[in-house]
Design a protein around this ligand. Structure first.
Ligand SMILES: *[C@@H]1O[C@H](CO)[C@@H](O)[C@H](O)[C@H]1NC(C)=O
Ligand SMILES: [Zn+2]
Length: 236
């Protein structure tokens, strides 16, 4: 019960809990605009553009096409470009895409298609991982709005907040029992939930400064969460 859950979640499809495997509507949201400006088919020279259908395979020769570099993660995963996503639909989309592009299905195909399938599969994994967790999703969305938070800066954090983080880390360092660690963990989780709500509201109000501030706080708490994981290892 200690740790390891996230890694398992992200392993190749096939390990999904039974409930997620049922067929559901394909998309998170509206119809996909996949490949709307992609070039001609590399294999047969067939038409690109809106004729491309799902954007992954040539409608004429069915050859796998290269990833569209102009496509962002939200578009790839068929989600509105917004902070709120339906994670169940995100998972379904992830599985459906891996069923299309996973390298296992290309072992009998040309080297070009094998290479494209590797690229697609990696991209789909990255997109899924990024959009699944609120912190990485928020940072990605902020980046699409042209705002980045550089690593390792104490971006205008007030003293009171930094003290709060320091105190939690101290408590964690002093914790002697599983119960004590769990208590700290639940405090941090409650904070993360509150911050997730605040980030959500900030994006809905197009307040990028607020979103940036709340995401910076989330990143601090996420570092605390990493410390909690490390602390758990010897307690196992
Ligand atoms: C979340 O937003 C509420 C309302 O604006 C605010 O009172 C609260 O301090 C915020 N939470 C954090 C952790 O910054
Ligand atoms: Zn073709």
């Amino acid at each position: 019960m200690w740790g390891g859950r996230t890694g398992a979640l992200l392993r190749v499809w096939g390990l999904w809990p039974a409930g997620v495997l049922g067929r559901r509507p394909l998309s998170c949201n509206a119809a996909s605009l996949a490949g709307s400006n992609s070039p001609q088919c590399w294999n047969c020279g067939g038409p690109g553009g809106p004729m491309r259908g799902d954007g992954f395979f040539c409608p004429q020769c069915r050859a796998l096409q290269p990833p569209d570099p102009t496509r962002d993660y939200f578009s790839l995963m068929d989600c509105n470009r917004a902070f709120r996503v339906d994670t169940a639909k995100l998972q379904t989309r992830y599985q459906d895409l891996q069923r299309l592009v996973h390298p296992d299905f290309f072992s009998q195909r040309s080297q070009t298609e094998k290479d494209f399938s590797e690229k697609h599969s990696t991209l789909v994994n990255d997109a899924y991982k990024t959009l699944l967790a609120p912190l990485s999703r928020g940072l990605y969305l902020l980046k699409l709005h042209g705002v980045e938070i550089p690593e390792g800066t104490d971006y205008e954090m007030d003293r009171q907040f930094l003290m709060e983080i320091m105190e939690i880390n101290e408590k964690l360092a002093e914790a002697q029992s599983e119960a004590a660690v769990k208590e700290i963990e639940s405090v941090v989780r409650a904070k993360q939930n509150e911050l997730t709500d605040n980030v959500s509201r900030a994006f809905e109000q197009d307040d990028m400064e607020k979103a940036k501030e709340m995401l910076t706080k989330m990143r601090y708490f996420s570092n605390v969460e990493e410390n909690i994981k490390l602390k758990k290892i010897p307690l196992q």
